[in-house]
Ligand binder design. Structure first.
Ligand SMILES: CC(C)(COP(=O)(O)OP(=O)(O)OC[C@H]1O[C@@H](n2cnc3c(N)ncnc32)[C@H](O)[C@@H]1OP(=O)(O)O)[C@@H](O)C(=O)NCCC(=O)NCCS
Length: 320
C-alpha cells in the first residue's frame, strides 16, 4: 500500500539516503549533507537569483511499508514580470527520486505532483533532476526509472537538450608553457561566477577559462572538497585552433593544483560539435561520467491522473 503525503521532518534520514543514492550514481563520491538537503527544500528566501521568482514550494514523499521509496520537490514561479519568459507562471518538479523496483509508488507520487501543479493553475509544467550537488542536474542516464516515470506522466524532453558531464584528475593537465602567440598575456581575474583565466591580446580579452574551485560551498559540503568545475570557456573565433584554449586550461590547472584542488568537471552540450569538444577535454584527462537530459515539459491538460486503463505492463521501459 502506497501513501503519498507531504514530506515531514521525520522522513529526513530516509529522504537523505534516497537522494544521496541518486547523487552518488551521477557523480563520483558525491553526497549532500542532511542539513543542506533540508535547507534546499525551503523557499529560497534571500537567494538573489531564484528567491524572488518562487512563490510556492512543496515536497512530497511516497511511503510503502514505512519506507520512503520516492520523493519529489516542486516549485511554483511567479506570474509577474520579474521571472524570465520561460519560467513566468510555470510549475516545476525540480527533482524526483525513486528506488528501483518501486515504479508504481513513483507513478503515484508523480500523479500527486502533477495534481499539485494543476492546483497551482500554472501555464506550463516543467520537470528536471537538479539535486543540490555540483554536476547533478537534468535527468541522469544513471536513473532510467526517473526518465520512464516522467515520460509516463506526460513530460517530453524533446524541446530541451542533452549534456555530457566530464570529469578527470588534474594531474593529467599539462604544465603551462610559453604563451602560444606573441603579445598574448595571461590575466587571472574575478569573473562573473568564479576565477577567470583570461587571455589578453592588445588590451582585449580574446579567450577565457573560468573555474569555480569551491564546490564545498564554503565548507558546507565536504564531499566535494578538492573538486573544481568549469563555468565558462571560450576563445575568439578567429583565434581558435592556435593553442590559446589549451594554454588557459594549463595555467588554471597549475593554479588549482597549488590550492590542493585535484579534480575537474566540465560540460558539453550534445550537438553536432560534441565529439570534437569531448575530444578537446579528453586531452586534459577528462572523460564523460554522466549524460543528462534537460528541459522536460508537459502541457497542462494532459490527463492529470493516469487513466485506470494504463496497464502496469506499459510502464517503466528503461531508457524510454
Ligand atoms: C573549445 C575552445 C575554447 C578551444 O579553444 P582553442 O584555443 O581553439 O583550443 P586549442 O587551440 O588549444 O586546441 C584546440 C584543439 O582542440 C580541437 N578542438 C577544440 N574544439 C573544437 C571544436 N569545437 N571543433 C573541432 N576541434 C576542436 C582543435 O582541433 C585543436 O586540436 P589540435 O591541437 O590537434 O589541432 C574553442 O574552440 C571555443 O571557444 N569553442 C566554442 C565555445 C566552446 O565550445 N566552449 C567549450 C565549453 S562547452
Amino acid at each position: 500500500m502506497v501513501e503519498v503525503r507531504p514530506f515531514s521532518r521525520g522522513d529526513r534520514e530516509q529522504l537523505s539516503r534516497l537522494v544521496n543514492a541518486h547523487v552518488a550514481a551521477a557523480t563520483p563520491g558525491g553526497s549532500v549533507p542532511v542539513a543542506s538537503l533540508l535547507a534546499s527544500l525551503e523557499h529560497p528566501v534571500g537567494e538573489y537569483v531564484l528567491g524572488p521568482w518562487i512563490t510556492d514550494v512543496s515536497t512530497l514523499v511516497a511511503v510503502e511499508d514505512d519506507r520512503v521509496v520516492a520523493s519529489a520537490h516542486l516549485r511554483r514561479y511567479t506570474d509577474e514580470d520579474r521571472a524570465s519568459d520561460s519560467y513566468r507562471d510555470a510549475g516545476e518538479i525540480v527533482w524526483m527520486a525513486c528506488w528501483p523496483g518501486h515504479f508504481d509508488a513513483g507513478g503515484a507520487l508523480l500523479d500527486a505532483a502533477v495534481g499539485q501543479l494543476a492546483r497551482w493553475q500554472v501555464r506550463v509544467h516543467y520537470a528536471d533532476g537538479t539535486l543540490p550537488a555540483p554536476g547533478v542536474y537534468g535527468v541522469s542516464d544513471a536513473w532510467p526509472l526517473v526518465s520512464s516515470l516522467y515520460h509516463e506522466a506526460g513530460f517530453d524532453p524533446s524541446g530541451g537538450q542533452v549534456e555530457i558531464v566530464l570529469a578527470g584528475d588534474l594531474s593529467q593537465v599539462p604544465p603551462p608553457g610559453e604563451p602560444p602567440m606573441a603579445g598574448l598575456v595571461l590575466r587571472r581575474q574575478l569573473g562573473d561566477l568564479a576565477t577567470a583565466f583570461n587571455a589578453v591580446l592588445d588590451g582585449e580579452v580574446v579567450g577565457s577559462f573560468e573555474v569555480d574551485d569551491d564546490l564545498t560551498r564554503g565548507g558546507a559540503n565536504t564531499a566535494f572538497a578538492g573538486w573544481a568545475e568549469e563555468c565558462n570557456h571560450w576563445v575568439r573565433e578567429d583565434l581558435r585552433g592556435r593553442g590559446i584554449g589549451t594554454w588557459l586550461v594549463a595555467n588554471a590547472g597549475a593554479w588549482l593544483r597549488l590550492g590542493r584542488t585535484s579534480r575537474l568537471m566540465a560540460y558539453v552540450i550534445e550537438d553536432g560539435d560534441a565529439e570534437a569538444r569531448t575530444g578537446y577535454y579528453h586531452r586534459f584527462g577528462l572523460s564523460p561520467i554522466n549524460r543528462t537530459t534537460r528541459g522536460w515539459r508537459r502541457q497542462p491538460g494532459f490527463p492529470e491522473v493516469r487513466p485506470p486503463s494504463a496497464a502496469p505492463a506499459d510502464r517503466g521501459r528503461p531508457g524510454q
